[in-house]
Design a protein around this ligand. Structure first.
Ligand code: PLP
Length: 298
């Protein structure tokens, strides 16, 4: 499922280096930390009906990632919110929009790894694009299991939402080569962790299961789905889940800002059951509460 270029995105304005500029002029320095070492943190956000969905939760995660990476001179969440709203208003984007928000450690005085070479403060980049959810929540997506493992806190903590996305990109390449939509990544012990860009859930006998957020990103959508399940009294259990359990589940789905809630139809060629009662309840509730969780663009 390759996203097509939306011609409305030809003339968008992008926020970078404290300015709003046309996309062709939106550039960072070759000395920027994101170029030098993927040394940046990011969030993907979605705009629905005049508001930014879970903006507060995304900015909290961005701040936590920046703190873990020991960034200095980090703009406050209020300052970032102001810039996000300014960018959306300049583009007249109030719905149907995806935002890629990146905060790099900033420009370096010379090429190198040492954060002491960063004397200018971070670079904030806000890329808003017209983009509906990437996956179809009716037809679903297909998976293979990747040989690339998701990082545990033993290596690089997956709770930092950083721009070193190479393990996820390698997994996605494996999915592309296999002719499926995405890759299921395992943790260091061989249990399911998450997909290359979304979290994973399994339904079995009316209960919901998801891997512990140890080797996966603690997704905002994942967190919300757990909250919604509890609200409608569907038990949700975080546990180690093996591939055999996934193959034999009553239903498997993934969650994330890019695709919202999406059924999984096959994993490694095994057809996954499509008992969608729990999924449909969660999806309906997710649609219902979306507005409540949006921070209005002002
Ligand atoms: C690796 C990975 N897993 C899961 C997610 C889903 O997280 P969220 O629900 O916060 O979009 C993302 C989103 O960026 C991701 O990059």
């Amino acid at each position: 499922m390759l996203q097509k270029f939306d011609p409305r995105n030809k003339d968008i304005l992008i926020y970078v280096n404290d300015k709003l500029v046309p996309r062709d002029e939106a550039k960072v320095s070759v000395f920027d930390s994101v170029v030098q070492g993927g040394d940046a943190v990011w969030e993907g956000l979605r705009v629905y009906k005049g508001g930014v969905f879970c903006l507060d939760r995304h900015l909290e995660r961005l701040q936590h990632s920046a703190k873990a990476m020991a960034f200095t001179q980090v703009p406050t969440s209020e300052e970032i919110t102001e810039k996000v709203f300014e960018t959306l208003k300049a583009n007249e984007m109030y719905d149907d929009t995806h935002i890629r928000l990146t905060l790099t450690r900033g420009e370096k005085t010379t090429s190198g790894m040492d954060p002491r070479l960063n004397t200018f403060g971070p670079t904030l980049i806000i890329v808003p694009e017209w983009k509906p959810p990437v996956y179809d929540n009716e037809s679903g997506i297909t998976l293979i299991t990747s040989t690339i493992r998701r990082n545990s806190p033993m290596h690089v903590d997956s709770k930092i939402h950083h721009n070193n996305l190479i393990n996820n990109i390698l997994a996605k390449i494996q999915a592309n080569v296999a002719g499926v939509d995405a890759a299921l990544m395992l943790d260091a012990y061989g249990f399911a962790s998450e997909l290359n860009g979304t979290n994973i859930f399994m339904v079995s006998k009316g209960e919901l299961f998801t891997p512990h957020a140890d080797a996966c990103l603690h997704g905002i959508t994942r967190g919300l789905v757990i909250e919604l399940a509890r609200k409608i009294e569907i038990p949700c259990i975080e546990k180690n889940i093996s591939l055999t359990e996934m193959y034999n589940a009553d239903m498997v789905f993934c969650t994330g800002t890019m695709g919202e809630l999406t059924p999984i139809v096959t994993i490694d060629g095994r057809e996954i059951n499509a008992e969608r009662t729990v999924f449909n309840q969660l999806l309906a509730l997710f649609e219902e509460i979306k507005g409540e969780y949006c921070i209005p663009i002002s």
